[in-house]
Structures are given as structure tokens and as C-alpha cells.
Design a protein around this ligand. Structure first.
Ligand SMILES: Nc1ncnc2c1ncn2[C@@H]1O[C@H](COP(=O)(O)OP(=O)(O)OP(=O)(O)O)[C@@H](O)[C@H]1O
Length: 338
């Protein structure tokens, strides 16, 4: 079986702007794959290229072995997309929105109606089936986008920030649902600003910045790349900074508190305690702080001309978003993507 997604040197240019820069990425069938990156990193462009909303400038992109342009229909039929923005026909009852979608993908009418019922139940808005999109709450709209993505029973489910702006309960419901879908065999590509979400759900994550792939790793591997801090309280303040082995990347003393930056706090702590005791210090208390995935993410995507919002919640709720720039928006509208 070919990979669910395979891109080779994928390039997308919007005028002078290179939104994707030779991006090569492979997502295996059955994976739960996360795409992380600050605002404007190119995540939505990547997704839009896969689903045919954006035409690539160069490189290759395949979905289950089907070229996204020359074999558009096969590639597109394999994908269920829950986009970031609410692009739903507002004038139809939501059940009809779903049956139309299924019909568009060649599913016969009877089957489409059954599937619509089934997915509406699955996302928990079956009782709203005869209501119009506009009448749904924000959380229900998110659920509907997911239902619409699922109505064609896709092998690849793409979720572009599915939990942006939703309450904690719904976020947990959605996590449970997408985990189940993945366990049933659906490959999932998720973009998110919530690092915790990626850590909890994804087998592997790709971190993107300015259209480039910075790294691909499991959340654990990524965390392993950070440093830990061991904070030790001593019985009395040391006269000088204790001399430690090469494992201590940085040692700072403040009164009776010593902070030592190391690669792996758990395995280094016993050695540090031995060294301190051997040099005559009495230890009162010890605490290890692990680098969070969020800190590693910020380090990997830091760039001099951009301020990356540290709080995932802030950025998801509309932090520094270069796309609001009026001319970029106009250009997007011209391409029919906005
Ligand atoms: N249709 C378009 N026309 C012109 N520029 C665009 C268009 N779509 C996106 N861009 C630009 O391409 C870059 C990548 O945008 P994209 O939306 O893919 O990023 P993103 O990683 O999805 O960001 P966010 O996290 O804010 O959703 C940005 O600089 C954006 O302004």
C-alpha cells in the first residue's frame, strides 16, 4: 500500500511569497500525524494542495499513490476534510448538506441518507438534523464540519485546527472520536496550535516554519531533544558555584538554591546528588522540571522577524496572524480559497 500522503519537493508560490518550500513529507497509512507550525507556516496551504483547492507550483503530491492533480478525483475521494473555516451552505438543513456532499462523491441517495444519519449520531448532533447551519452553536458547527468530512467514509481524514475556539468538553469529545476513528484504521492528518493536543493524539508530528519542514519526530523524541532543569535546595548557601561534571550544561546559584541544566533530569539527578554530597553539601530538596513540548516547539520555530505566541491558547484564538494583511486576503480571494 502506498503512503497515505507523499509529497516530494512540494512548492507553492503566491506571487512572490513561497508558502511551501521544497516540502517532502510522508504520512504512512494508519498514522495519526500532526502538522505544527506558527501562523503562516504553510499548514493550510499544504492541506489545500492535497485537496485540490490550491494548485502547486512545483514538486509532487500524492494521496494513497494518486497524484493530486492528474488523478484528482481518486485522490479527493479518499479524503475527508474538516477545514478551519466554516464553508457550509447555510440555507439547507444540515442533513441535506451531508447528503449533497455524499452525492457529490458518487454515493447513491439512499446510502447517502443513511450515512448522514450515522455520522450526525456519531458527532452528537443528530437531533439538529433538520436545522440550518446558521442556527447551530459554534461547537455544533465544528461537529458538523467533522460529520461532513466523515460522510464519505474517508481513508484519510484531514482536520485543520478542529478544536480552535471550542470549549473543553467538546475538545475532549472530539479527541475521543478522532482517536476511535484512527483505531478503526483511518489515517489522520491534524493541524493544531494546541501542543498538548498533538502530544496526546499524534504518533508523529512535523514541525513547519516559513513553508519548510523543520523536523519530523514522535512527540517523545521531540521532548528528548530539550534540556531539563534540576533545582536543588541546599542546607546552606554555597560560597562558590559547585564544580560539576560535563553533564551540567549550566549551573546557577541563588542563595541556597542551585539550578543545573542537564539533558535528562531523571537519569542525571542521582549523579548530581552524589557529586554535591561528595563536595560537602547537604541536600534539603530536589525538583526536576522537564522541557515542555511547547518550549521545544518555540525554539524550533523561532525566527528573528516574527514573534511566536508562547501560549497555544492565545495563538489559536487569533494571535499574530499575518494572513489578515489586506493584500494577502485579496489575493486569496482571487484564488478562490478565502
Ligand atoms: N491564497 C493566498 N494568496 C496569497 N497568500 C496566501 C494565500 N494563502 C495563504 N497565503 C500566505 O501563505 C503563507 C502560508 O499561509 P497558510 O495559511 O498556509 O499558513 P498556516 O500555517 O495554515 O497558518 P495559520 O496557522 O495561521 O492557519 C502565509 O504567509 C499566508 O499569508
Amino acid at each position: 500500500m502506498p503512503p497515505a500522503i507523499e509529497t516530494v519537493d512540494l512548492v507553492k508560490e503566491y506571487g512572490d511569497l513561497r508558502a511551501l518550500q521544497e516540502l517532502s513529507l510522508t504520512v504512512e497509512e494508519g498514522e495519526f500525524f500532526g502538522l505544527l507550525g506558527p501562523n503562516g507556516a504553510g499548514k493550510t496551504t499544504f492541506i489545500n494542495t492535497l485537496v485540490g483547492l490550491v494548485r502547486k507550483t512545483g514538486g509532487e503530491a500524492r494521496v494513497f499513490g494518486h497524484d493530486v492533480e492528474t488523478e484528482y478525483q481518486q485522490a479527493r475521494d479518499a479524503i475527508g476534510l474538516a477545514p478551519q473555516e466554516f464553508n457550509v451552505d447555510r440555507f439547507f438543513p444540515i442533513k441535506e448538506v451531508l447528503t449533497h456532499k455524499a452525492g457529490y462523491h458518487g454515493i447513491p441517495e439512499d446510502e447517502a441518507a443513511d450515512r448522514a444519519d450515522e455520522v450526525l449520531k456519531r458527532v452528537g448532533i443528530y437531533d439538529k438534523r433538520d436545522e440550518r447551519f446558521d442556527w447551530l452553536s459554534g461547537g455544533m458547527k465544528r461537529r458538523l464540519l467533522l460529520a461532513r468530512a466523515l460522510v464519505t467514509d474517508p481513508d484519510l481524514l484531514i482536520l485543520d485546527e478542529p478544536t480552535a475556539g471550542v470549549d473543553v468538553q467538546l475538545r475532549h469529545d472530539l479527541w475521543e472520536l478522532v482517536t476511535e476513528l484512527n483505531e478503526e484504521g483511518t489515517t489522520i492528518l491534524l493541524t493544531t496550535h494546541y501542543i498538548e493536543e498533538a502530544e496526546r493524539l499524534c504518533d508523529r508530528v512535523a514541525i513547519m516554519n516559513e513553508g519548510r519542514k523543520v523536523t519530523v519526530a514522535t512527540p517523545d523524541e521531540l521532548k528528548g531533544r530539550g534540556t531539563d532543569t534540576i533545582a536543588v535546595r541546599l542546607a546552606s548557601a554555597p560560597a562558590t558555584t559547585p564544580a560539576l561534571g560535563a553533564y551540567a550544561h549550566e549551573t546557577t546559584v541563588s542563595g541556597d538554591r542551585l539550578e543545573v541544566r542537564v539533558d535528562d533530569g531523571g537519569s542525571t539527578a542521582p549523579r548530581l546528588l552524589n557529586d554535591l554530597e561528595a563536595s560537602g553539601h547537604e541536600i534539603v530538596d530536589l525538583e526536576i522540571t522537564r522541557t515542555s513540548l511547547e518550549e521545544i516547539f518555540v525554539d524550533l520555530t523561532r525566527s528573528e522577524d516574527r514573534t511566536v505566541t508562547r501560549s497555544s491558547a492565545e495563538s489559536a484564538d487569533g494571535g499574530d496572524d499575518g494572513r489578515d494583511d489586506a493584500s494577502a486576503k485579496r489575493k486569496r480571494e482571487q484564488e478562490g480559497v478565502a
